[in-house]
Design a protein around this ligand. Structure first.
Ligand code: PRP
Length: 211
C-alpha cells in the first residue's frame, strides 16, 4: 500500500481515540471500519479523503509522530510532558480533560526529614515537580494500578492522572496537589509539517470549528 500521499494519523487506542476519530470524521476525514468492534485491523485508509489512520497505544503516539511513521497524531499532554518528543504541538483538542496529581492516603503527613517515596508511571514529571520544590524523592516506577502503592505501603504518595477521582476514592486515597492540567493535543512531525503543511493546516482548521 502506498500511503505516501495520504495524511498519516496516529490515533490513541481506547475511549479517547474513539472520540478523537469521531471529530476527525465530522471534520471531513471519515474512514470505513475505524470504529468497527469486530475488526482487529490497525490501519484504515480512505484515499478519497486523503487520510490513513493507525490505532496506536496512547503512550506510543508521540514515538510514531516524532519518527515520521505518522505525520500527525493525538497525544495526551501527560505523554508530551513525560517524553518531551521533538514534535510540533498544534492544537489543544479539549478532550480527555484530567489533571496530573500527587495523591496519598487521607491521613498522609509529609515528613521532610525522610526521602519521599513516589510511585508513578510518569517519573520525569514527578522528578521535575519535586526538583522545583527542592524535595528529595525516591521514584518507584510502576506501569499501572498505581493507586495500590500507598495502600500496600510500597510508596508514600503517587503521581498519577486523576479524571473523575473515582479510582482514588474507591481505594481510600485523596488528591493532595495538582501538578498540571492535562488534555489531548494534536501533534505533528516536524518535517511532515513542512512538506504537508497545506493538508495538516486544512485538517487542523476544520477541527477548530468543532472543538
Ligand atoms: C488512569 C489513571 C487512574 C485512573 C484515573 O488509569 O492512572 O488510575 O485512570 O481515573 P479516574 O479519576 O476517573 O478514576 P488507566 O485507566 O489509564 O489504567 P492504568 O492504571 O492501568 O494505567
Amino acid at each position: 500500500m502506498d500511503t505516501g500521499k495520504l495524511l498519516k494519523v496516529a490515533l490513541p487506542k481506547g475511549r479517547l481515540g474513539e472520540k478523537v476519530y469521531e471529530i476527525f470524521a465530522a471534520a471531513g476525514y471519515p474512514c470505513d471500519d475505524v470504529l468497527d468492534p469486530n475488526t482487529r485491523k490497525l490501519i484504515f485508509v480512505n484515499e478519497q479523503a486523503g487520510v490513513c489512520y493507525f490505532w496506536v497505544k496512547p503512550s506510543d503516539v508521540s514515538i510514531y509522530v516524532e519518527r515520521g511513521a505518522a505525520d500527525i497524531g493525538v497525544a495526551g499532554k501527560d505523554i508530551i510532558l513525560e517524553y518531551s518528543p521533538d514534535v510540533f504541538e498544534l492544537r489543544d483538542l479539549h478532550l480527555g480533560i484530567c489533571r496530573m496529581c500527587v495523591a496519598g492516603k487521607t491521613d498522609f503527613k509529609d515528613n521532610p526529614a525522610n526521602t519521599l517515596r513516589v510511585a508513578t508511571k510518569f517519573p520525569n514529571i514527578a522528578l521535575s515537580y519535586y526538583r522545583r520544590l527542592g524535595r528529595d524523592i525516591d521514584i518507584i516506577n510502576l506501569h499501572g494500578s498505581i493507586e495500590l502503592a500507598p495502600v500496600l505501603g510500597l510508596s508514600d504518595v503517587i503521581v498519577d492522572i486523576v479524571e473523575s477521582g473515582k479510582t482514588l476514592k474507591e481505594n481510600g486515597l485523596v488528591p493532595l496537589e495538582t501538578i498540571v492540567p492535562i488534555s489531548a493535543r494534536l501533534i505533528a512531525n516536524r518535517s511532515a509539517y513542512q512538506f504537508k503543511s497545506e493538508e495538516i493546516n486544512a485538517l487542523s482548521s476544520e477541527l477548530s470549528k468543532l472543538i
